[in-house]
Design a protein around this ligand. Structure first.
Ligand code: ADP
Ligand code: MG
Length: 297
């Protein structure tokens, strides 16, 4: 087990932030820690990275006990805090070498993380000059310096524009190929884009822990498609396996199919054969959406 949490509770003053949470994460998994604002995600992450002690319960990270061996835990975890404090006046490479020195990390590692996080062209710039997306990469580079086995990322994509979002997501996915990743988010689609598994918390309690592959309904699938012009619902029903067509708004249609076969290529072919132009197309996980709404409302 990479992470194993057992009956953790945390109270701030009189107020309970985490109530009796337990879960385990296997090596190599990318797990989304999902919940609305105030659910307790950051609190749990601070506990797992030993920046905050729990009131009750215990946890192991990479076989180290968070209470008995906090230093060993810190050594094996890369942590990107929610409001990552960067020294904005420093240059990127300078900031990374400063951190490498503090933690006694060999200097050659600096160039490795710069390459890994796509910062080669930014390495000589001041952190203040970078966009939020690139500042986030610097935070990730810093978390990777000591080559930790486990990455704990607190809302790594919050505040990024759509392009940056796509880039950071694919960077995290790539990092997840040889590391265990626990990342928090309050946005369900983030989990679908990056994770193998989702742990949902609400008001400090764990309300769901599922593999995404188990959440995909095998008999129904929903595809949302946007055309450049109005299309009759009845016309779209000619695509094989269509159960329902809903015109959501403007030229956006939600098409429900009664098959588990990926229908996206069929929708493309249908559009092409009928000279319709597709502006956007995405497959939605109906169960994931309803689960999240049900559990957190
Ligand atoms: P999330 O990261 O899911 O948004 P947090 O872990 O930050 O949630 O917060 C969980 C709850 O604990 C919230 O009700 C929040 O107001 C409270 N809380 C968080 N940090 C503190 C603190 N330092 N002092 C008092 N209450 C806090
Ligand atoms: Mg938070």
């Amino acid at each position: 087990m990479s992470i194993s949490v057992s009956h953790i509770s945390k109270t701030y003053h009189q107020e309970k932030a985490i109530s009796d949470i337990s879960f385990t994460i296997k090596e190599g998994e990318i797990v989304g820690f999902l919940g609305p604002n105030g659910a307790g995600k950051s609190t749990m992450m601070k506990i797992l990275t030993t920046y905050l002690p729990p009131n009750q319960g215990s946890a192991m990270v990479n076989t180290f006990d968070i209470i008995k061996n906090p230093l060993d835990v810190k050594r094996s975890v890369g942590y990107l805090p929610e409001h990552n404090p960067l020294y904005e006046e420093l240059y990127v490479r300078e900031y990374l070498s400063f951190n490498a020195k503090v933690y006694n990390i060999p200097a050659n590692r600096i160039e490795e993380v710069i390459t890994k996080t796509g910062l080669t062209n930014e390495a000589s710039k001041k952190i203040t000059q970078l966009s939020k997306g690139y500042q986030q990469r610097v935070g990730l580079a810093c978390a990777l310096l000591h080559d930790p086995k486990v990455l704990i990322l607190d809302e790594p994509t919050t505040g990024l524009d759509p392009n940056q979002l796509v880039e950071i997501r694919s960077l995290i996915k790539a990092l997840g190929k040889n590391k265990t990743v626990l990342l928090s988010t309050h946005i369900m689609q983030e989990v679908e884009a990056m994770c193998d598994r989702v742990i949902i918390i609400n008001k400090g309690e764990l309300v769901a822990d599922r593999y995404l592959k188990d959440l995909i309904d095998t008999k129904e699938q929903i595809i949302e498609v946007e055309f450049d012009y109005r299309v009759e619902e009845a016309f779209l029903k000619r695509i094989p396996h269509v159960m329902r067509v809903i015109n959501k708004h403007n030229f956006v249609y939600e098409i429900t199919f009664d098959t588990s076969i990926d229908m996206r290529p069929k929708v493309f072919d249908f559009a092409h054969d009928n000279k319709l132009k597709i502006l956007q197309l995405s497959r939605k996980n109906k169960n994931m959406e309803s689960l999240f709404r049900e559990l957190t409302q």
